[in-house]
Design a protein around this ligand. Structure first.
Ligand code: HEM
Length: 210
């Protein structure tokens, strides 16, 4: 079950990166509805999407215990690349979020995500510098959960698009905004559940049978 969930997470992370990021690296001409009249918008999306996709793709492998213990140096290097990617991607996203024409409620969701993404990355770095491995693990789970919002946002978007024909007054921006808020709240809830029940809960042994 654990392996199945990891494979599902990895395939969806790699799939979203491979599908959504390359169009921005080749001029963005194939991206539907990309508003090039907004100053710096396209450039900020390129500077955001490349490192964000890199972080999304690296993340799952950092959680594999066997890889971490067999190749600790690779884990450290990939971890630094991941954290730098998160910082660059979130700084670029501040511009995309500030100028997007998708509405105020979406901008608030994105700024909340940016603040949480940077804060959890800083905590993950601070705790591992202090050699506090358990706390580092918790903060990395929180941080990757936010990175993974890029995947769940698009899943919610797909689901809500199915509801659209039933509610003709609904605007596309409302679907987009609802998906962003759902991915933020839903991912945080799942991460905290996992942390409390799997990472922080004391391991209980089954009592020996007589
Ligand atoms: C979790 C932190 C993240 C934040 C705060 C964030 C923020 C943003 C913002 C503000 C935009 C512009 C949206 C608009 O103008 O309507 C955007 C677009 C985009 N982001 Fe992110 N993002 C995050 C994670 C990621 C990740 C991990 C990826 C990796 C695939 C990614 C890939 C993209 C792409 C490709 C776009 C262009 C829009 C599209 O094609 O859907 N983002 N992001």
């Amino acid at each position: 079950m654990k392996r199945f969930l990891w494979v599902l997470l990895t395939v969806s992370a790699l799939g979203i990166t491979a599908y959504f990021v390359p169009p921005y690296l080749v001029g963005g001409t194939t991206v539907p509805g990309l508003d090039r009249s907004i100053p710096g918008y396209y450039t900020s999306l390129v500077i955001h999407a490349l490192p964000a996709g890199t972080a999304l793709a690296i993340g799952p492998f950092q959680f594999v215990t066997r890889l971490r213990t067999r190749f600790p140096r690779a884990h450290r290097i990939a971890g630094r690349v991941y954290l730098i990617a998160v910082v660059v991607a979130s700084l670029a996203a501040t511009w995309s979020a500030a100028v997007t024409r998708s509405g105020f409620a979406l901008q608030v969701a994105f700024f909340a995500l940016i603040a949480a993404w940077l804060y959890t990355a800083a905590q993950a770095y601070r705790t591992i510098r202090r050699r506090d491995v358990k706390a580092h693990r918790v903060w990395m789970i929180r941080n990757y959960t936010l990175t993974f919002a890029a995947v769940t946002l698009r899943i919610y978007q797909l689901i809500l698009l199915q509801v659209w024909p039933l509610m003709p007054d609904l605007e596309y921006a409302e679907i987009y905004t609802s998906s962003a808020w759902l991915s933020l709240a839903g991912n945080i809830a799942v991460a905290e559940y996992f942390i409390v029940h799997r990472v922080l809960a004391p391991r209980t042994r089954r009592p020996a049978t007589v």
